[in-house]
Design a protein around this ligand. Structure first.
Ligand code: Q46
Ligand code: ZN
Length: 301
């Protein structure tokens, strides 16, 4: 198997594009693809600076490296979720990545915001699934740090993540989620702009990019991700992709063409009485959780 670009020994076959690529050409291909995604969806304006949310995994660290290579000003942002050994091991990967490349990394610890409690303890105390709490806390902290620093927030969601989320949202016709499933969410008062520059890159391409770039990322999955429906949907989409290469990309891109039919008026928001960030009630979920802990777990949620 030879690389279609340079004729060297190929490392990967990308069936969706009928393309074999060697190590070097795969890196160039991925860089070009991310650049094209940024241009196609107008993800960034000139002089925008990007806060890259990194988890220590292959997608977010690769995204950080690619944006840097494209000459975009970046800073990494890692949230330590306080999940047993997993959080410390993934933080180490993010720290090592930043140190090796001389990049700036901002770290927030969930335990510092919630009286020493991490996601597992918060989940037990609040009787809510860890991932639902974790998602809320991550969204709040990422937005706060990005908004206050004037950054565009970038996350490493790849094509497989987006196609799986789309499948889940379509199965239940979750119109609210469908209306917001875009490569870019514009910023507005209280909200930083959010972009997903890897939406056209598959999970397999990103794994190959990370390995061929020598990125040391965490292979271990979060212990709470086991049995997640998104993993099941990814498996189904992979079966489809095997039978009909390019299906994931078509599914996602064709959705983007019609997504405006799901657009709804944004719900009425008001400022949280405690932190001032916009929310649907008087107290945002983040502050509600904080006050519940302060009151010893008795505040209504
Ligand atoms: S939501 Fe759930 Fe993830 Fe948070 S608790 Fe782990 S699996 S890290 S993307
Ligand atoms: Zn608040």
């Amino acid at each position: 198997m030879r690389c279609k670009m340079c004729g060297e020994k190929a490392l990967i076959r990308l069936k969706a594009y009928n393309l074999n690529l060697c190590d070097k050409c795969l890196k160039e291909f991925t860089l070009r693809r991310v650049k094209r995604t940024i241009n196609k969806f107008e993800l960034l304006k000139e002089n925008d600076k990007v806060l890259v949310a990194v988890s220590g995994g292959k997608d977010s660290l690769s995204l950080w490296e690619i944006l840097n290579k494209l000459g975009i000003k970046t800073k990494g942002f890692y949230i330590n979720l306080g999940i047993n050994g997993y959080s410390d091991r993934s933080e180490e990967k993010a720290l090592k990545f930043a140190a090796e490349r001389g990049l700036e990394l901002h770290i927030e610890c969930v335990k510092d915001h919630f009286e020493g409690l991490g996601i597992p303890e918060l989940s037990k105390m609040d009787k809510r699934p860890p991932c639902s709490l974790c998602g809320m806390i991550k969204r709040y902290l990422m937005n706060k740090v990005a908004y206050e620093g004037g950054w565009v927030l970038a996350t490493g969601h790849n094509l497989d993540d987006e196609a799986a989320a789309l499948l889940g949202n379509v199965l239940d016709w979750k119109e609210g989620y469908l209306s917001r499933q875009e490569p870019k969410l514009e910023g507005r008062e209280g909200f930083s702009p959010r972009i997903k520059p890897l939406v056209l890159c598959s999970e397999r391409e990103m794994a190959a990019y990370a390995i061929s770039s020598g990125i040391d990322y965490i292979l271990e999955e979060c212990p709470f991700s086991q049995g997640a429906t998104s993993i099941f949907y990814k498996g189904l989409l992979n079966q489809l992709e095997e039978q009909s290469p390019g299906s994931k990309l078509r599914f996602y891109l064709n959705f983007l063409k019609i997504k405006d039919v799901f657009k709804k008026d944004t719900p009425q928001l008001s400022s949280c009485v405690q932190c001032g960030y916009l929310t649907t009630g008087s107290l945002c979920n983040f502050c509600r959780l904080k006050s519940k802990i302060k009151k010893g777990g008795n505040a209504p949620l």
